[in-house]
Design a protein. Structure first.
Length: 255
């Protein structure tokens, strides 16, 4: 579905002292994502995760390398409506003065051929929200509701690929588990491919099919999640696994 071939990316420094200098952030990234997969990209802060997500979605253009989407080399993947990205702060962008129904209907009418009411009903059922939420204004939504509506707004465009950046930050275990279940359900019901970017290996390893481990802008390990977690090859991956907090067990819940 989506393939990166030898991608490199550099950016100008944010420092006033070194603002004319460039720093390479991603090095020789080669990655293949198959249709219908849930792929987790994990790594510490500064490893290049969010930069990679922006390249995957077309927000940033690489310095070199090829992006192949649906078997075609593309120069401008950002024009693909079939790729949608949810950033960490996306839930803050929901208009507090508009009703949920209006927010969703606007996207459906613009990008989908389905009947608006039918589409809304189907999407609400998929994410487990009651119809009564449609009359709520953005300012009256809880954090969990805002996150689901932000997801629905992207899904209303019928994407084939959904990229999600740090969705589990600042959440308790129950909220994290509910979101895991939601992403699994979206993947199964809509057959949408999901790339989930996170610093938290313990969470990501619970619901993904494939893991990609980033360190200092390089992919140091990748493979089926079960294989990477059971037989890690790189010392950094082993360190991440050994650092997991086993007191926070997600195994007590039914996935």
């Amino acid at each position: 579905m989506l393939k990166l071939d030898d991608i490199n990316y550099s950016a100008h420094s944010d420092s006033l002292i070194t603002k004319d200098e460039t720093k390479q952030i991603l090095f020789e990234i080669s990655l293949e994502v198959n249709g219908g997969e849930i792929v987790g990209i994990v790594g510490e802060s500064g490893s290049g995760k969010t930069t990679l997500a922006k390249i995957l979605s077309g927000i940033l253009k690489p310095d070199s390398g090829k992006i192949i989407y649906r078997r075609k080399v593309t120069e401008n993947i950002s024009t693909e409506l079939s790729i949608q990205i949810l950033f960490q702060n996306s839930i803050e962008l929901i208009n507090p003065f508009r009703k949920v129904e209006d927010v969703l209907a606007e996207v459906i009418k613009k990008y989908s051929s389905e009947n608006t009411n039918d589409k809304i009903e189907k999407m609400l059922k998929m994410v487990g929200l009651p119809r009564s939420i449609l009359s709520k204004f953005g300012s009256n939504l809880s954090g969990g509701e805002r996150q689901r509506i932000a997801l629905l707004r992207l899904l209303a465009a019928d994407p084939s690929l959904l990229i999600i950046d740090e969705p589990f930050s600042a959440q308790d275990i129950e909220s994290q588990l509910n979101l895991m279940k939601l992403l699994k359900r979206i993947n199964e019901v809509s057959n949408v491919t999901i790339i989930c970017v996170s610093h938290d290996l313990q969470i990501i390893s619970k619901f993904t099919d494939k893991l990609v481990v980033l360190k200092s802008g390089r992919i140091i390990e990748e493979g089926p999640t079960t294989q990477v977690m059971t037989y890690p090859q790189h010392d950094y991956t082993k360190f991440m696994i050994n650092s997991m907090n086993y007191n926070l067990s997600y195994d007590d819940f039914n996935m």
